[in-house]
Design a protein around this ligand. Sequence first.
Ligand code: SF4
Length: 118
Amino acid sequence: MNDKIQTSPIDSPRRRFVGSGAAAVAAVMTAAVSGPALATGHAGHGMPGSPEAGGVRFTGSEKACATCVFWGGSRKAEKGSVLASSLGTCNNPASPNFQKMTSPDHVMPQWVKWPALG
Ligand code: SF4
């Protein structure tokens, strides 16, 4: 019995394509999550909560994605404010950004306050 798995020449280009495709997707996802969207900062928000500290802080009265009930990014409500640390998907069907990635500081009319902010 031959235990060695053999690959045909037809499979090789496909394997290279799948391998390089996965690497490209990983690179795009890394750039989207940790890329310049948060590095540009949020005016008036220094430490704590600066991008260097792992997030950007928003007050509960700021009408931005970070404080919107429909936003799917990484965030934490703390004493009436939000610490956002990623881009996130908009889950509001009434928004032109529905199912798109948005920055936590994105502002638009379909915003609805996140109940966690009180
Ligand atoms: S794009 Fe508008 S509706 Fe969507 S999460 Fe941001 S503020 Fe909310």
